[in-house]
Write a protein that binds this ligand. Structure first.
Ligand SMILES: *[C@@H]1O[C@H](CO)[C@@H](O)[C@H](O)[C@H]1NC(C)=O
Ligand SMILES: *[C@@H]1O[C@H](CO)[C@@H](O)[C@H](O)[C@H]1NC(C)=O
Length: 362
């Protein structure tokens, strides 16, 4: 017991000499001696990546020089062991603690600057700044962006923020936008994709019904991030696939066109423009397909559609518009009608004389 204690004390003395020797040999003008790089009675905890048995600490110091990860070491006096750390006490001052049985030694030669190689990634910009004098903003390796991988990302030394969106490995899904924030970032799936941004799935607009392909005129076909409307018919003017008259028509919206409206100030369609019309709003949605009573829709002879409305498949059809006067069809004129899927359009022309009028209903 006595002997051992004595031996240890001798080793500690020897240590001081060895360290002094190492330091002055290689870094004379810089350190000026032992005190700068080696500190007795202290250790750096929490960053030990390797230990090694050695008779003398300088063996460890030379081993440290050969390992890019080595930033500092603790020499464990009683065990003749060294503990290699991948941080310095400057990088992690909170982990630098008193320990009577140890020596702390900061690597004094060719120390790799923290975060500059993938083998020595940093956790934060802050620790790089603490570890390295005059750390400049730029790309550094980080271990904290993706677990188990070193990732190169931009570090702003003024704000100490890592720009995760500039990494060599994208942190968001390929179909997501990355937005950097102070201390963090977030991912947003692009339009047409859903998910948390780290992973994004294609949205099937055709299944979800969030498409504007016109029913009966186009078939929705899903594609990544979007969809296509494939026209079912040959009149594919634009992506709606609708024929021209379903898109380009005039609106009739007055309430007095309705077959329920009486005769207030008699009107007629002698001067109506020849064009495609759609009944909307107060006028209702379509022409009546049965004979209206006399003196309705604000005229004497109300007009109605004979032969019923066509289906979408029927396409553009010619029908008779009949006017009820002495009989349900005492006067008639040929008009055209088209089923546009969810509404009808009518190609109306002058009735020739008064008091005949095209009527509407709900
Ligand atoms: C640094 O050391 C710690 C242990 O203290 C270890 O978990 C970590 O993986 C080391 N980093 C590298 C890149 O070796
Ligand atoms: C993603 O970024 C692009 C280009 O900056 C932008 O046009 C788009 O609106 C963004 N999408 C989302 C969902 O943020």
């Amino acid at each position: 017991m006595e002997k051992k204690q004595l031996f240890r004390t001798a080793v500690i003395f020897a240590l001081g000499k060895v360290l002094y020797g190492v330091v002055t040999d290689h870094d004379q003008q810089c350190t000026g001696g032992l005190s700068k790089e080696s500190i007795f009675g202290w250790m750096l905890q929490g960053h030990i990546y390797k230990t090694m048995l050695a008779d003398l600490p300088h063996t460890c110091i030379f081993a440290c020089y050969k390992d890019d990860r080595c930033q500092s070491l603790n020499w464990v006096i009683s065990l003749l062991t060294c503990e290699f750390s991948n941080r310095t006490k400057e990088a992690r001052p909170d982990d630098f603690i008193p320990n009577a049985g140890r020596f702390y030694f900061k690597r004094d030669r060719n120390r790799v600057r923290l975060g500059t190689i993938s083998e020595l990634p940093a956790e934060t910009c802050h620790e790089i700044k603490s570890s390295e004098r005059q750390a400049t903003s730029g790309k550094y390796w980080f271990s904290t962006i993706k677990t188990g991988t070193s990732i190169l990302a931009h570090c702003d030394m003024a704000t100490e923020d890592i720009d995760e969106c500039t990494t060599s490995h994208p942190v968001c899904d390929v179909n997501a936008n990355c937005t950097n924030t102070q201390g963090s970032y977030f991912c947003t799936c692009k339009t047409g994709f859903s998910g948390d941004g780290k992973t994004c799935q294609d949205v099937d607009e055709c299944v979800e019904g969030s498409h504007d392909c016109f029913p009966n005129f186009a078939t929705c076909v899903n594609i990544p991030g979007s969809y296509n409307c494939v026209c079912s018919h040959s009149y594919a003017e634009d992506h709606t696939c609708l024929p021209a008259e379903c898109v380009d028509y005039r609106r009739i919206t007055n309430a007095d066109r309705k077959v329920t409206y009486g005769k207030v100030s008699v009107q007629c369609d002698k001067t109506i423009d020849t064009a495609w019309y759609r009944f909307e709003g107060a006028a209702g949605t379509r022409m009546p397909t049965s004979c209206p009573p006399l003196y309705k829709c604000n005229t004497n002879a109300p007009g109605w559609l004979k032969g019923g409305h066509p289906s979408v498949e029927d396409g553009q059809v010619t029908r008779k518009a009949c006017f009820h006067w002495s009989s349900c069809c005492s006067l008639s004129t040929n008009i055209k009608v088209r089923n546009c899927g969810s509404y009808y359009v009518y190609y109306l022309k002058s009735t020739g004389s008064c008091w005949y009028r095209y009527c509407s209903t709900n």
